[in-house]
Design a protein around this ligand. Structure first.
Ligand SMILES: *[C@@H]1O[C@H](CO)[C@@H](O)[C@H](O)[C@H]1NC(C)=O
Ligand SMILES: *[C@@H]1O[C@H](CO)[C@@H](O)[C@H](O)[C@H]1NC(C)=O
Ligand SMILES: *[C@@H]1O[C@H](CO)[C@@H](O)[C@H](O)[C@H]1NC(C)=O
Length: 512
């Protein structure tokens, strides 16, 4: 088969270049350091973005201790774990749990459950041991204020790793202004060209989220930080002031071009590893026998598909049954086994990245989670987006603007709508646009992994200076200083008062 031949050749080339890279890397490696990685959320997709960086750093001779819910199963020299799985209940989002107010309240409830990790005996022991590290890499998410102070305890600089394109307080932490006129909040659904009404909406959401996170949440965080580290802080942002650099799961040619600072490093796509052959023979047979190609369906790992109502499921299955293509569907509920159309294969899990790379796969129906979106762009396949909550709505909006995806609102997931959306996304326009986007995604000076490794080691090498090296002095200014309100007041107020007094006196004099 042609695709198989192509695939083998590509894999061989990749293996050769991989060996070459490893060889070069090992040849130039001369130093070793100790790194502490803290990824406390129970979203496996978040840990997937840092795992390639961990292994690359190990290849280069560093030693790593990872605090994670998802320890590697295979042993590796110089890699150890503190397993925190089971400490924090892993509650999957249901398909009805959307809306940013719900997301926000869930975030603040989470702060309390994260504190249980700080009471976990191996973590307590680590913090009491006096052990020093050369660097801390912390997940930049809602948990960061609770874990960032660990860096001072282990006497190391700290860098954040954000699993999303962007996060509301990244700018504040690195000393950059957030221009709400063209920088859409992750929880809004506008792009960077906003109408008046959208700008109003974006400003309101941005202010509420920042204030909500920073102040609403602050008392809980303040208490936790005081109790565990003996630190007095005023706000959630203040507990993270020692962050020296933040890596984001963004790449500007694919998402949005923003003003930036050296401390904000784009490593979008770092989680996409080389493709592997498909492991399951039944999947291979199913694909090989698809004369009109294959469509993938998955709502990701954080949403529980079984929470989807039966009516929605029937709508989906009905739309699929009318397609000439075959469909591989990730679905965690087995209740409806007998109602599956013959062109549909339901599985509990599939090797998404490897399936997307398969030449017979034409389209991905996805919740538009950022990891899935990047994998799909990497493989150049058009998308039908069914966003459910959080940044998914934002991601879907960007894809629709770039005309590489057709989006359907989850609440309006109807039979005909889905069928039409699939057929629309299968037209040539979407494939052409997606191939262009794929090319833009790949056109960069260094791979995301090389970029991440370079900047991680940069911080370690320049440990003593790193704290202020990559951010702007904005971090030390008040709002009134940043926006020059003090200067306007000092220079404009006296003449205004003077003019007012003169006019007032003249008026009085004329009256007499
Ligand atoms: C583990 O780290 C030490 C340096 O601390 C290094 O000499 C050794 O080669 C590393 N082992 C492996 C398998 O990378
Ligand atoms: C920041 O780092 C300094 C120096 O290591 C430390 O004294 C301080 O407590 C740290 N602040 C926070 C909020 O972790
Ligand atoms: C960093 O600072 C410490 C204490 O000030 C000093 O002992 C150490 O040599 C410095 N390290 C480098 C690489 O300059």
């Amino acid at each position: 088969m042609v695709w198989k031949k192509q695939w083998t050749r590509r894999t061989m080339m990749k293996s050769i270049s991989f060996v070459a890279v490893v060889f070069c890397v090992l040849a130039q490696q001369t130093w070793s350091s100790e790194i502490l990685v803290i990824f406390p959320t129970t979203a496996q997709s978040h840990y997937r973005i840092v795992r390639p960086l961990i292994h690359s750093l190990l290849d280069r001779g560093h030693k790593i201790l990872a605090i994670t819910n998802f320890p590697d199963t295979a042993e590796r020299a110089n890699l150890s774990h503190i397993d925190i799985s089971g400490l924090k209940p892993h509650s999957k989002f249901t398909t009805t749990n959307h809306g940013w107010v719900k997301v926000l309240s869930r975030i603040s409830r989470n702060a309390i459950t994260y504190a249980t990790i700080l009471d976990h005996p191996p973590v307590v022991e680590l913090l009491r041991s006096g052990r020093k590290f050369d660097l801390v890499i912390a997940e930049l998410f809602t948990s960061t204020p609770i874990f960032a102070p660990i860096a001072a305890v282990v006497d190391a600089p700290i860098v954040g790793f954000c699993p999303m394109i962007h996060f509301p307080w990244i700018n504040d932490l690195m000393g950059m202004d957030t221009a709400m006129s063209y920088m859409p909040s992750l929880l809004s659904s506008s792009g960077d060209r906003m109408s008046f009404v959208q700008r109003v909406g974006n400003t309101v959401i941005s202010v509420i989220i920042n204030a909500g996170f920073n102040w609403f949440n602050s008392r809980i965080i303040r208490d936790i930080v005081k109790h565990h580290y003996g630190l007095q802080t005023k706000s959630a942002i203040e507990t993270m002031t020692n962050l020296t650099m933040i890596m984001t799961n963004n790449y500007h040619s694919v998402f949005l071009p923003y003003p930036t600072l050296p401390g904000i490093v784009e490593v979008g796509g770092i989680h996409v590893v080389d493709e592997k052959p498909l492991p399951q023979q039944d999947l291979i047979d199913f694909i090989n026998n698809a004369d009109h190609g294959v469509i993938l369906f998955s709502l990701g790992s954080v949403v529980s598909e079984s929470s989807m109502g039966t009516d929605k499921l029937y709508n989906i299955l009905d739309a699929f049954s009318r397609l000439k293509q075959r469909v591989i569907m990730k679905f965690d509920d087995e209740k409806h086994k007998n109602e599956i159309p013959t062109n549909v294969k339901v599985v509990k899990w599939f090797p998404q990245r490897d399936l997307l790379a398969h030449p017979k796969v034409l389209l991905f129906i996805t919740h538009a989670g950022i990891m899935s979106v990047i994998e799909t762009i990497h493989c150049g396949k058009p998308i039908v987006a069914i966003p459910i909550f959080g940044d998914q709505i934002f991601n879907a909006h960007l894809l629709v603007e770039k005309q590489v995806a057709v989006a359907i609102e989850y609440e309006h997931l109807e039979r005909d709508k889905l069928f039409d959306a699939i057929n629309e996304a299968l037209t040539e326009k979407y494939l052409i646009n997606m191939k262009k986007l794929q090319q833009l995604y790949n056109d960069r000076p260094h791979s995301p992994l090389e970029t991440a490794v370079y900047w991680t080691e940069y911080v370690i090498r320049n440990k003593n200076e790193s704290k202020e090296l990559l951010k702007s002095q904005r971090v030390h200014l008040n709002l009134y200083q940043t926006y020059l309100i003090d200067i306007f007041t000092a220079f404009l107020l006296p003449p205004i008062i003077a003019i007012y007094i003169i006019l007032w006196t003249m008026k009085r004099l004329r009256k007499h």
